[in-house]
Write a protein that binds this ligand. Structure first.
Ligand SMILES: Nc1ncnc2c1ncn2[C@@H]1O[C@H](COP(=O)(O)OP(=O)(O)OP(=O)(O)O)[C@@H](O)[C@H]1O
Length: 254
């Protein structure tokens, strides 16, 4: 895992240049425009939440930002340059339902390290450290697929973090977990954030948003309804759709 001393060099995300940015980003599929003319920035050292109603395009946006799908119009920039292999290697993504190798917990972690070129004693040490961090040491030899949902998600996070990403995408990582497992995942995410990992997370959970969010991006029908600091947006939402969503109402365009 990352050296704690690195924390001292992390710039204040509120003023630092964007880690990720896009301008006029659009994505079409199935004859529909799913993401429409999005311009936004992800700032380093921040926990950015992506929120909005079902079908707003949150998952599609995450896949675009992570380079899993290519935009129809526009480009995603990583520190000002087009997304390339090196930029993608500096990122990781955890999905709502993690996909595990049909091998042990430890083997899943070792595989992730091997893919990143970490082998031998360094791999063993990093895998052990990740097991400890995710509180999975006692389950190291268990087949990953028999773990509970919460344990699997802790493993998915540990597996994402062994690559020491600078940016971690999370797509509703706790939506199928109970409160205790949710807190364990939130603790892991916050520990990574404290070590300097920037976070972009989709969530529907306002309580989680209040616990975890620095910035927020609100989507509505593939369009940016509103973005800003979470505090500002929660205190005084500007877009009617954001206001309706926060009040638990169905938004109908005027
Ligand atoms: N490859 C695709 N082809 C056609 N339509 C797609 C494709 N991928 C996503 N969609 C559609 O795009 C819309 C946005 O999907 P997306 O999964 O991003 O929504 P979301 O905001 O993450 O929703 P939820 O909160 O329900 O997870 C949906 O209507 C979905 O059916």
């Amino acid at each position: 895992m990352r050296d704690m001393t690195l924390d001292m060099t992390i710039p204040d995300g509120a003023t630092a240049p964007a880690l990720l940015a896009c301008q006029g980003l659009s994505f079409d599929a199935g004859g529909k425009r799913l993401i429409n003319d999005l311009t936004l920035e992800i700032r380093p050292g921040r926990r950015t939440l992506v929120m909005g109603p079902n079908g707003a395009g949150k998952s599609v946006l995450l896949r675009l930002l992570h380079g899993l799908i290519a935009p129809t119009v526009g480009a995603v920039l990583w520190q000002g340059d087009p997304l390339d292999r090196a930029a993608r290697d500096a990122q990781a993504m955890v999905f709502q339902r993690p996909v595990m190798l049909r091998r042990s917990v430890l083997a899943n972690l070792k595989f992730a390290l091997t893919v990143r070129g970490v082998t031998g004693a360094a791999r063993a040490a990093k895998a052990a450290e990740a097991l400890e961090l995710a509180r999975l040491t006692d389950l190291a030899r268990r087949p990953a697929r028999v773990l509970s949902g919460g344990e699997q998600q802790r493993l998915a996070l540990a597996r994402a973090l062994v690559g020491e990403p600078r940016l971690l995408f999370l797509d509703e990582p706790t939506s199928s977990l109970d409160p205790a497992s949710t807190h364990a995942i939130e603790d892991l995410i916050n520990a990574a954030h404290a070590r300097g990992v920037s976070i972009v997370m989709v969530t529907h959970d306002l309580g989680q948003a209040r616990r975890m969010g620095d910035d927020v991006i609100f989507l509505q029908n593939g369009t940016l309804a509103e973005d800003g600091t979470l505090q500002d947006v929660l205190a005084a939402p500007q877009a009617p759709s954001t206001k309706a969503w926060l009040e638990g109402r169905l938004y109908t365009a005027p």
